[in-house]
Structures are given as structure tokens and as C-alpha cells.
Design a protein around this ligand. Structure first.
Ligand SMILES: *Cc1c(COP(=O)(O)O)cnc(C)c1O
Length: 332
């Protein structure tokens, strides 16, 4: 087990710090709020994909690949972090983005070009099937492609969050912290699957709440089944003799709003409040939506005043600069 969990390269600044959200805790008058700063993993603005890439790149290097191939939305944070690691380690990077080339280059899309990625556009499929087609073309050009699925969410990528849970366990022991709930943004599922496998491994007793950000139609349905499949495959990689089912996953689908990356009042309020009370930046697509969900669950008293809730900040801030800025600002 330990052997595989050590089979990573070092890309992230770890451990990421845990901070107390003092002013927000007082303001919301609910549970003690903490934040784990995976927005500070360091790789070209960082985020949760950096932890997954530590394992994926170890595998790509072992396979002697020379080209990283992945896909995502126009403002994909995963693509930006993949482009950064390709630059750092001297790989080519092929990104398949969903949509049409926009009029203006901003946010993560701008960074993809700055980091030297080759961007391709499609109105159609960005699932693993599309990536396999693309790698067939690349092989004909004598490239050695390495496929990273959308969000880096395969069993190897998910190991990043098994490792993250071990890291959290160590921090809890060092500081005497007790955590009742973890809240974070879940989408392609590798983060959630990894955290739950890591929770079993470290005997974590709290509840892990994934706030669902989008329904991806090419994933197995229901979403909890996809997460259980991914967790089982991940556990196998580290020879963990245990199994996961749908009921091991707490997914909250109440904040899907009008769909992926469509900003509502929930995200605006969360971004505005976190900025003005704590000086911490959330992103409009993932962490803003997930923290908006957290605030709602505090207001509904689902999280109790004597409890401790850790918000796992997964990053994404470059997307703040891809929307009209006045969207997020009260009093402008
Ligand atoms: C990708 C991403 C997520 C979701 O993580 P998954 O492992 O894909 O579920 C959450 N927050 C941010 C900022 C992301 O970029």
C-alpha cells in the first residue's frame, strides 16, 4: 500500500494550511468554520488537480510518454494545471475544450495558451472516447500520448485525495482538531472518491459532503454509483481490502441551479462574503457554489453550533477573471 501511495512526483506545496474562518464563524453564528487551502497548491495558481497530477505524471513518466492529452470546459482549471505541469516537465500538451474559440482570451483559457498548450475545440464529445480518438491521431505522428481523463478523475488521479486525507489526518493529530463535516465541490468525482477512500484508511469519523456542481451525462448514473466504482478501483490500486457502495457517498445536488458555470445569487453571495469577511477568494463555478451550499446548510441549522465544519477549498480563482467583475461585487 505505502509503495503505491509513494509513487508520485512532487508538484504541490504540501501540506496545504488549515485556517479558522473567525469572522465568518461569528457572522453566521453557526458551527466553527475551517478552510483547507488547496487553492494554494502552487502550480500556476494551484487547485485540487495538482494533487492528482502528482500521481498521473509519475505514471506518464514511467510510460515514457511525451504528450499529455486531456479535456475540459472552456474555463477548465484542470486543463490549466495540466498545461502547467507539461511546461514544467517538458511534455507537449493537447487540450480538447468544449465549445467555440471565444472572442476574448481570459481566465484559465488565456493561461492555457500562455503555458504553451495546444488547444483544440469541439462542440461534441469530451469524454474518454474523444481523447482516445485524439491519441490515435497523435500516435500516427509518432507522439507518445498519455491520456488524462476529464478532471484527472481516474483511479490513479484519485490517489491524490487519498493522500490528502492522510495529510488531513496528520494535521488533526498534530493540532488536536476534531472535524464533524467536510464540504467541497464535486464534479468529475476523483476528489470525492479519493477523500472517501482516504477516510476509510485513516478511520475518519466525520461526514464528507460533496456539493455537486454539474451533472455530467457521460458518467455512470446515479452519480453515487460512479463515485463508488471509482473508489473501489482506487482502493484496489493500494491493495486496500475494503469495498464501497453508493451509500458511502453523501452528495448534495440541491445547488445545481441553472447548470454548470451559470452563476446565481448563491455563488455571488458566497464569493462576496468570503472576500469581505476573510480576504479569501472563491471561484464562480466550483468553490463559490460549494461554499454557497455550506452557508445554506449553516442557515438551515443542518450543521450545529457545537460542530466543526471544514470547507475544502479546491481553487479555481482564475475563472473570476472570465466573468464581468461587477457580477461578484456588492456595492459597486
Ligand atoms: C475540478 C474542480 C473541482 C471538482 O473536482 P473533481 O475531482 O472533478 O470532482 C472542484 N473545484 C475546482 C476549483 C475544480 O477545478
Amino acid at each position: 500500500m505505502a509503495i503505491i501511495l509513494n509513487q508520485k512526483i512532487q508538484l504541490a506545496f504540501l501540506p496545504t494550511p488549515i485556517e479558522t474562518l473567525n469572522r465568518l464563524t461569528t457572522y453566521l453564528d453557526g458551527p466553527t468554520l475551517l478552510v483547507k487551502r488547496d487553492d494554494q497548491t502552487g502550480l500556476a495558481f494551484g487547485g485540487n488537480k495538482t494533487r492528482k497530477l502528482e500521481y498521473l505524471l509519475a505514471d506518464a513518466l514511467e510510460q515514457n510518454a511525451d504528450t499529455l492529452v486531456t479535456s475540459g470546459a472552456i474555463q477548465s482549471n484542470h486543463c490549466r494545471q495540466t498545461a502547467a505541469v507539461a511546461a514544467k516537465l517538458g511534455f507537449s500538451c493537447e487540450l480538447l475544450l468544449k465549445g467555440k474559440i471565444p472572442q476574448t482570451l481570459n481566465g484559465n483559457l488565456f493561461l492555457n495558451y500562455l503555458l504553451g498548450a495546444n488547444v483544440r475545440w469541439t462542440d461534441d464529445d469530451i469524454s474518454i472516447n474523444a481523447l482516445i480518438n485524439l491519441t490515435d491521431q497523435l500516435k500516427q505522428q509518432n507522439k507518445k500520448p498519455y491520456i488524462i481523463p476529464l478532471g484527472g478523475s481516474n483511479p490513479i488521479g484519485s490517489l491524490g485525495y487519498v493522500n490528502a486525507m492522510i495529510e488531513l489526518n496528520r494535521q488533526m493529530k498534530e493540532t488536536g482538531l476534531n472535524i464533524d463535516h467536510i464540504v467541497f465541490a464535486t464534479c468529475s468525482g476523483g476528489t470525492h472518491a479519493g477523500l472517501v477512500v482516504g477516510a476509510r484508511l485513516t478511520n475518519f469519523k466525520g461526514i464528507i459532503h460533496g456539493i455537486q456542481i454539474a451533472k455530467l451525462d457521460f458518467l455512470p448514473s446515479p452519480y453515487e454509483k460512479h463515485l463508488a466504482n471509482l473508489a473501489n478501483e482506487t482502493a484496489k490500486l493500494i491493495n486496500l481490502d475494503t469495498s464501497f457502495s453508493e451509500s458511502d457517498f453523501t452528495v448534495n445536488a440541491n445547488y445545481l441551479g441553472n447548470g454548470y458555470a451559470v452563476i446565481t445569487q448563491t455563488e455571488k453571495n458566497a464569493i462576496d462574503l468570503m472576500a469581505k469577511k476573510e480576504g479569501i477568494l472563491l471561484d464562480p463555478v466550483y468553490s463559490g457554489r460549494a461554499f454557497g451550499g455550506l452557508i445554506d446548510l449553516v442557515n438551515k441549522k443542518i450543521f450545529k453550533k457545537n460542530e466543526t465544519v471544514l470547507f475544502w477549498h479546491t481553487g479555481g480563482q482564475p475563472a473570476l477573471f472570465a466573468y464581468p467583475n461587477s457580477n461578484f461585487i456588492s456595492g459597486f
